[in-house]
Design a protein around this ligand. Structure first.
Ligand code: UDP
Ligand code: MG
Length: 327
């Protein structure tokens, strides 16, 4: 049994060395534990997402030193989603674990994931608790997931990230989804199969900086809402209908009052407020439609998700047979 570990890395020079040593040690102990039961081998697939620091030289050295270590390097920064996609394409394992390079995803959990996978689960998801995080951020996340789950047909859970194990057939299913706008959390949920989740304590990033700014989080959140279905469009339609009926009722009320009390001087405040409010609503709706059109624009271009500058290994279906398991 071959396990692939997919690790997207972007400017992780400060921690990647420690991560690599830690992960390799952990995997060796897992393999030793399974030695009596079945042969477990592993490969590491690092994806360098256009790092500008010494991440790539480190990966080159690591790959030269250990035949189980592979890397793929992008021509520029294409984002974590693209890096994960590349990792899944290059991974040849019977099971694939996706994890971050910053030690926020503890390698110790791989053992547990593997156990659960051997019990027959196709997706084993590690869900982090939100301890040690700012209260405002935790609350915002909770509110966001409540909102999203009303709109999206697949269930997205709070704290569930990309740290998970996928069986071969789950990986193949994810690779079938070739869409340009990738929202992995949703894609993983969308493919389904037998899935189980367990909790782990949230670890703080030790060194380096999270690349998530507030703005990026907001965009990511919008992606989650929009890239999965057209329900927001339906909601816009409902809101429009609601506003039209409210306006109708208000008009009827004004006419009724005028008939009973005679015509009064109409308040221009009401007028001004309703005009600006409606203009705002229309801009939002137009923006929403624009978001969908923008996504269509990118989809029809059919650009590749990433460009590879260098790789230590060909993609599995191009590897000569027998080289799949390199130890
Ligand atoms: N990452 C990447 N490309 C990017 C940004 C991040 O490959 O453009 C990688 C990064 O090296 C790390 C993982 O994605 O391994 C998670 O990134 P980060 O720790 O910044 O995100 P967070 O943990 O805050 O969600
Ligand atoms: Mg992180």
């Amino acid at each position: 049994m071959l396990i692939s570990i997919v690790v997207p890395c972007f400017n992780e020079e400060e921690i990647i060395g420690r991560f690599h040593a830690h992960l390799t040690g952990e995997l060796e102990s897992v393999a030793a534990e399974y030695a009596a039961e079945c042969a477990v081998e592993f490969e590491l697939v690092y994806v360098d997402d256009g790092s500008e620091d010494r991440t790539l030289p480190f990966l080159e050295k690591a790959a030269a030193a250990d035949p189980r270590t592979h890397y793929v390097s992008f021509s520029r920064n294409f984002g974590k989603e693209a890096a994960m996609l590349a990792g899944l394409q290059y991974a040849g394992g019977d099971a694939v674990v996706v994890m971050d390079a910053d030690l926020q995803h503890p390698p110790e959990l791989i053992r547990r994931m593997l156990r659960l996978h051997r019990e027959g689960y196709d997706q084993v998801v590690a869900r982090r608790t939100r301890t040690g995080e700012r209260v405002t951020r935790a609350l915002a996340a909770r509110a966001y997931y409540r909102l999203v789950n009303r709109f999206v047909d697949v269930e997205l859970a709070d704290g569930v990230g990309d740290f998970r194990l996928l069986s071969r057939r789950a990986v193949d299913a994810v690779l079938e989804l070739t869409e340009y706008n990738r929202f992995s959390k949703g894609l993983f949920a969308w493919v389904g199969f037998r899935t189980t989740t367990f909790d782990y304590e949230n670890a703080r990033r030790e060194t380096g900086r999270s690349s998530w700014t507030f703005r990026r989080l907001l965009d990511y959140g919008l992606d989650g809402l929009i890239s999965f279905n057209d329900k927001p469009l339906r909601a816009a339609l409902h809101l429009g209908l609601l506003l039209v009926s409210a306006a109708g009722a208000y008009a009827a009320w004004i006419v009724g009052a005028a008939l009973v009390n005679g015509v009064e001087t109409p308040g221009y405040v009401t007028l001004l407020v309703s005009v600006t409010a409606l203009a705002g609503v229309q801009m939002v709706m137009l923006g929403l439609v624009g978001e969908y059109v923008g996504r269509i624009y990118y989809e029809v271009k059919r650009r590749p998700h990433f460009l590879v500058k260098a790789a230590s290994t060909p993609v599995p279906h191009q590897r000569p047979r027998g080289e799949l398991v390199r130890t």
